[in-house]
Design a protein around this ligand. Structure first.
Ligand SMILES: NC(=O)c1ccc[n+]([C@@H]2O[C@H](COP(=O)([O-])OP(=O)(O)OC[C@H]3O[C@@H](n4cnc5c(N)ncnc54)[C@H](OP(=O)(O)O)[C@@H]3O)[C@@H](O)[C@H]2O)c1
Length: 266
């Protein structure tokens, strides 16, 4: 059997880079994409040297609506076939709806919602045809909560990804394609540096609430291989997700409001 090839978005840091390592360790070739070419090239060199697989770098800005189609064209032009897709690229803005530039809102929707849909639509037909495929959509615990105050669109976008993954899981049953929504809680990556909330989250939440990107990536890999439609790494995160589901909206919203106040977002 020839080696499998995985496309990972947001591979220049955090959970995406960890997923690239986890799959490369298991013999997958990887295609790494994000905006920062130097970080992707460094990761590709590390992966090739450590595991002897092929790592291809194709930089792209997924905030550009044409990027998914261009990315797939570039992959086809290199003669590569994508057996696995990880929609991982993402970011949040925690300044509140009105204080966030509308262009940032558009970019959030484009990078975390429209690009995963477009890439899945472009790559899934080939996976179904070949009788093998893996898709992981990196969502969030936030997508299982009733709302996210301060970063208003983030939770709804992640809820969308969870539901879309579950829908695709249903539609692809029996085809050899596995689809999983990976829903991490607090994870040690660049995410909270990028959105400027590192200090607040570090002082508001104890170290035991934080998981490493490697752990999250390993949980995602195992869940996708086991064909689970959704996985939330960590016992406490599952407790929180269950509370978000079981509590009446008013109580659940109060729980989320406490969280937003601790982070000084509302
Ligand atoms: N960290 C957490 O606590 C946490 C919890 C739950 C879910 N998540 C989700 O996990 C995923 C990965 O985040 P992370 O925690 O690993 O954060 P991170 O370390 O900041 O990594 C984010 C990745 O997304 C890429 N990205 C951002 N904007 C992009 C754009 N316009 N075009 C292409 N790539 C872009 C970044 O690459 P470039 O900057 O090089 O473009 C980077 O590789 C995200 O979807 C996030 O929502 C994170």
């Amino acid at each position: 059997m020839s080696r499998r090839t995985l496309l990972i978005t947001g591979a220049s840091a955090g959970i995406g880079a960890a997923l690239a390592r986890v799959y490369a360790e298991r013999g997958w070739d990887v295609i790494l994409t994000a905006r920062r070419e130097a970080a992707l090239t460094a990761l590709a060199a590390e992966i090739t040297t450590t595991w002897g697989v092929t790592a291809t770098v194709i930089p792209a800005d997924l905030a550009d609506p044409d990027a998914p189609a261009r990315l797939v064209e570039a992959i086809v032009a290199r003669g590569l076939t994508v057996d696995g897709l990880i929609n991982n690229a993402g970011f949040s803005r925690t300044t509140g709806f009105l204080a966030t530039d509308p262009e940032q809102h558009r970019a959030m929707v484009q990078v975390m919602l429209s690009a995963p849909v477009a890439l899945s639509r472009l790559l899934l037909p080939g996976m179904v045809e070949r009788g093998f495929g893996r898709i992981i959509n990196v969502a969030s615990l936030a997508g299982q909560m009733p709302a996210t105050g301060g970063d208003t669109l983030y939770g709804p976008i992640k809820s969308f990804l969870i539901k879309a993954s579950q829908g695709l899981w249903l539609e692809t049953r029996g085809t050899g394609v596995h689809v999983t929504a990976l829903c991490p809680g607090y994870t040690l990556t660049e995410f909270h540096d990028v959105n400027g909330s590192r200090e607040q989250v570090s002082s508001a939440y104890p170290s035991w609430m934080w998981q490493t990107a490697r752990h999250v990536a390993q949980v995602g890999y195992v869940a996708c291989e086991a064909d689970r439609a959704r996985v939330t790494p960590g016992f406490m995160n599952n407790v929180l997700a269950a509370m978000g589901k079981l509590l009446p909206d008013s109580l659940a919203l109060n729980m989320v409001a406490g969280h937003a106040r601790r982070l000084k977002r509302i």
